[in-house]
Write a protein that binds this ligand. Sequence first.
Ligand code: HEM
Length: 510
Amino acid sequence: MSSTSTINYLSQSSSSVLSLHLFLYFLVFVSVFAFLLAPGGLAWALSKPRPKTAIPGPSGFPFLGLVFAFASSLTHRTLAKLSTTFNAKPLMAFSVGMTRFVISSHPETAKEILNSSAFADRPVKESAYELLFHRAMGFAPYGEYWRNLRRISATHLFSPKRVAGFGVFRQEIGLKMVEQVSSSMEANEGVEVKRILHFASLNNVMMSVFGRSYDDFGENGGGGDGYELEKLVSEGYELLGTFNWSDHFPIVSWFDFQGVRRRCRDLVSKVNVFVGEIIEQHRESRSGNRGGAMAVSGGDFVDVLLDLESENKFSDADMIAVLWINSHIRSNAIRDPFELPTNPLRYQIGPKEMIFRGTDTVAILLEWILARMVLHPDIQAKAQSEIESVVGRDRPVTHSDVANLPYLHAIVKETLRVHPPGPLLSWARLAIHDTQVGAHLVPAGTTAMVNMWAITHDEHIWAEPNRFNPDRFLTEDVAIMGSDLRLAPFGAGRRVCPGKAMGLETFIFG
Ligand code: HEM
């Protein structure tokens, strides 16, 4: 072969090697993109087992998925729009980093998810875990431990007898709120309703759980117990509500670059001191009262726990269990974070959890009810005349009047429909094992959500969904406690809100 032909041959073969390389690069590039842009995004592309028919849904940004939908407070609206765009109201798949999600925006699949034992767990975010909520009722894994928590709180905190028994306090808190609003109006010609409602709601929960209420929330620059409590609760809400990258990107979780872990640990030690003192005071006042157990309707929830302690004649170690909730849990949690106690007194029935869970939801709803009454004077007048005809003008509304005020109930229902306090039902569910939703396979470990806001604003389900019209509930009686998924602001199934009756009573008095 001449030197020229050798050169030609080499350049031809190197260019074919080059084009083969280019072709391979192209293939890798296309398949990576096809992978990243798979329906539902990266976490779904990596899922095992892979559903035979892909659940429709947006792929979102490569690697990130729908992170940005969760960065705003209007996530429910973004997800509702996407489920319409992708024709995926019954079930939509999406990813946030490495977390696989499904979301239902339809009553039928919502019912399937919420009522299924396959979805009876909750995903535990890092903040919830650090705040020790994984041992509390709201996040505890489905099983014996969680069942006992529900049983004890159903009997001693949320039973109709106890809810009715605390009616007197609710009435007092309601009257005080009215007083605060009018004195603030006189003094400042305006009132920050949100603040008053938040404190009233906090006092309501504090009264039923800890048997105390607070006057000093620092409005006058004071720094008393009420002020301290308010600071703790606000910090807790902020931490639980923060979008934490560590929850969805395993590598990022090593660094705690948002400081969530550090702040949670600081908060837990402060809350432990605060709650520990209250429990200690209960013990002291009971030791003065040799009669021992307090009547259920007379005592608060701490008393109930202490009654359970004495009834069961526990060992010394058990006798400090209630305090352990606060002071000993940290060291145990570090030793074995998943070990759950077997002694009921060691359960995290969670005074802390009740404060967090019960305060904001109630305050938000009351604020919406008031806002709606301002926006619709005709509806306000109708409610006023119902109260006057049933109760009169000379006395406040009492617990026994509530059943005779259908229009007031309709207003509460309509507000829950238009402004559900947890538009995505706040706390999601986690698939314990592979399961079916409709025609789709949902693998174990998938986080499942219900977009209650999308359901309550769907024109195929509700006539004129954007119009605030309580009358719709006078003509059609829609159950709101979880049996009818067209309006289930308290969730449904095994993990339905246990505080729903207490919450409803509070709105009426608010
Ligand atoms: C406007 C009032 C309230 C609303 C809208 C509300 C809503 C909810 C929702 C949607 C859930 C999740 C249900 C599910 O997964 O199916 C829930 C759970 C829960 N709620 Fe409520 N809630 C309210 C008031 C309260 C109150 C007053 C308390 C306690 C004092 C409370 C304590 C809890 C607890 C402990 C859970 C977790 C239950 C579990 O996982 O087993 N809630 N709530």
